[in-house]
Design a binder for this molecule. Structure first.
Ligand code: PLP
Length: 376
C-alpha cells in the first residue's frame, strides 16, 4: 500500500506529510531547554506547513504568544487563537493602526515614526494590546539603533510610555554559527537594552540562539525553523524531530545508453547504461530549479527504496528525472512513491542539493501537493 492509495490522494502527484505532534514536541523541547516562556514564530504560513493547523496545535499545547511577519498573517492566526498575543514583526504601515486594534494584534515597533504613530493612536483613546519594541543589535535591517533605544528608555515620560511597550526584543544575525564573534557582541548589546527597560519582558533567542552557550533566555523565546524540524545546530546532529515529509510518484521508467543526453537542453549525459525514473514533481511545486544536476555541477536527490538516487538534468516545471540504477527494482516502479524530504534527506540536505538553506526549502513547499496532517 502506498500513501497515494486513498481516493482523496489518488489525483495528486506529490504528498506532503506534516506531523503536528512532532511540531508540538519540538516546541516543548525548546521551552524546556530555555526554561522560560516560549512563543512560536509562524510567519510565512508557519514556514510553509500551514498557519491554521500549526497555531491551533501549538495553542492547544499551551503556547500563548505568536509572531508573524504581516498583518494579514496575524489575522489568520487570530481566527484560530482568540486569546493569544500575536506580534507582527514588520510593524505598522501608515494608517494600519485601526486594523491592529480591530483584531487585537500587537505591532513590533522599530522606528520613531512607528512609535509616534502608535502612541498617537493610543492617546486618541484606542484600546489596544501592548506593542513590542525592536532594537537592532547587528543586522541593520529593522529596529532602532541600540543608542536610540537607550536614549528613549532614559526619557521616562516620553514616547515609550505613550506607546505602551510590553516587550523589548532583538534578533540574532548569525546564531547558527556558534563561534561567530557577532553573537557575543549582540548578547552584550541586548543586555544593556534589557536593563534599560526594567520590568519590561525581553526576548532575544531564535531557534539557534537556544543552543548558544552563555546566552540568557530572558522572559520569552522566539523559535521558528527548529519547531518545523530544521537543524538549529548545523554541522552537528539535529536535536529536533522531523515535521515535514515529501513524496512524489514515479510516472515512467526507461533505460538509456552511455552518451544519451537527458532533459531540457541536454545538460546531463549518461556515462554508462542507466535506468531513469521520471517523477511528478517540479519547480512549480516549490522544488528549486537550482537542484538540477548537470554534467558540470551536482544537484538534488531522492530516496528510492531507501537508496539515495541523484537527479539528472534540469528540474522541469512538473517533473524531475532521477537515476534509479542503484535502487531496488521493486521500489523504482511505475506508481511507486519516492522520498524528496525525509530520512537522510533532511531539510539541510535538500537545501544543500539546491544551493540554498533548509529555511527556503520549507517556506517554498508547494500548494499543489496534497497535504496530510498527522496529530490533528
Ligand atoms: C524569523 C524570525 C525569528 C525565528 O527565527 P528562526 O531562525 O527561524 O528560529 C525570530 N525572530 C525574528 C525577529 C524573526 O524575524
Amino acid at each position: 500500500m502506498t500513501s497515494f492509495d486513498t481516493p482523496e490522494n489518488a489525483g495528486h502527484g506529490a504528498l506532503l506529510t506534516i506531523d503536528l505532534d512532532a511540531l508540538v514536541a519540538n516546541w516543548r523541547m525548546l521551552r524546556q531547554r530555555a526554561g522560560t516562556e516560549a512563543s512560536a514564530v509562524v510567519k510565512a504560513n508557519a514556514y510553509g506547513i500551514g498557519i491554521e493547523p500549526a497555531v491551533t496545535a501549538l495553542a492547544k499545547a499551551g503556547c500563548k504568544t505568536f509572531f508573524v511577519a504581516h498583518l494579514s498573517e496575524a489575522v489568520r492566526a487570530r481566527a484560530v487563537a482568540p486569546e493569544a498575543a500575536i506580534y507582527v514583526l514588520n510593524g505598522l504601515f501608515p494608517e494600519s493602526c485601526a486594523a491592529f486594534a480591530e483584531h487585537e494584534l500587537s505591532p513590533v515597533l522599530g522606528s520613531h515614526a512607528e512609535l509616534l504613530e502608535w502612541a498617537g493612536f493610543r492617546q486618541s483613546g484606542a484600546r489596544v494590546r501592548p506593542a513590542a519594541l525592536h532594537v537592532d543589535t547587528a543586522m541593520n535591517r529593522l529596529g532602532l539603533w541600540p543608542g536610540e533605544g537607550l536614549d528613549l528608555a532614559r526619557e521616562k515620560s516620553g514616547v515609550i510610555a505613550a506607546a505602551g511597550i510590553g516587550l523589548v526584543m532583538s534578533h540574532f544575525a548569525a546564531s547558527e554559527v556558534a563561534d561567530d564573534p557577532a553573537n557575543a557582541r549582540q548578547v552584550a548589546a541586548f543586555a544593556e537594552i534589557a536593563a534599560a527597560f526594567p520590568g519590561v519582558p525581553a526576548s532575544l533567542l531564535n531557534s539557534s540562539g537556544h543552543f548558544l552557550p552563555g546566552c540568557p533566555s530572558y522572559q520569552l523565546t522566539r523559535p521558528g525553523y527548529a519547531l518545523y524540524g530544521g537543524n538549529p545546530t548545523p554541522g552537528k546532529p539535529n536535536p529536533m524531530r522531523p515535521v515535514v515529509g515529501l513524496e512524489a510518484r514515479v510516472i515512467q521508467l526507461r533505460e538509456v545508453e552511455a552518451g544519451t543526453q537527458v532533459g531540457y537542453n541536454g545538460t546531463w549525459t549518461a556515462k554508462s547504461r542507466r535506468r531513469l525514473a521520471t517523477i511528478c514533481l517540479g519547480y512549480a511545486d516549490g522544488y528549486p530549479r537550482n537542484a538540477s544536476w548537470t554534467d558540470r555541477s551536482p544537484g538534488g536527490s531522492a530516496l528510492v527504496g531507501g537508496v539515495r538516487c541523484p537527479f539528472v538534468g534540469t528540474v522541469s516545471m512538473d517533473l524531475i528525472i532521477v537515476d534509479v540504477s542503484d535502487a531496488p527494482a521493486d521500489a523504482a516502479m511505475r506508481g511507486a512513491p519516492v522520498t524528496l524530504i525525509g530520512g537522510e534527506l533532511d531539510l539541510e540536505a535538500v537545501g544543500a542539493g539546491a544551493r540554498t538553506i533548509g529555511y527556503e526549502i520549507l517556506t517554498s513547499l508547494g500548494r499543489r501537493h496534497v497535504r496530510r496532517y498527522l496529530g490533528l
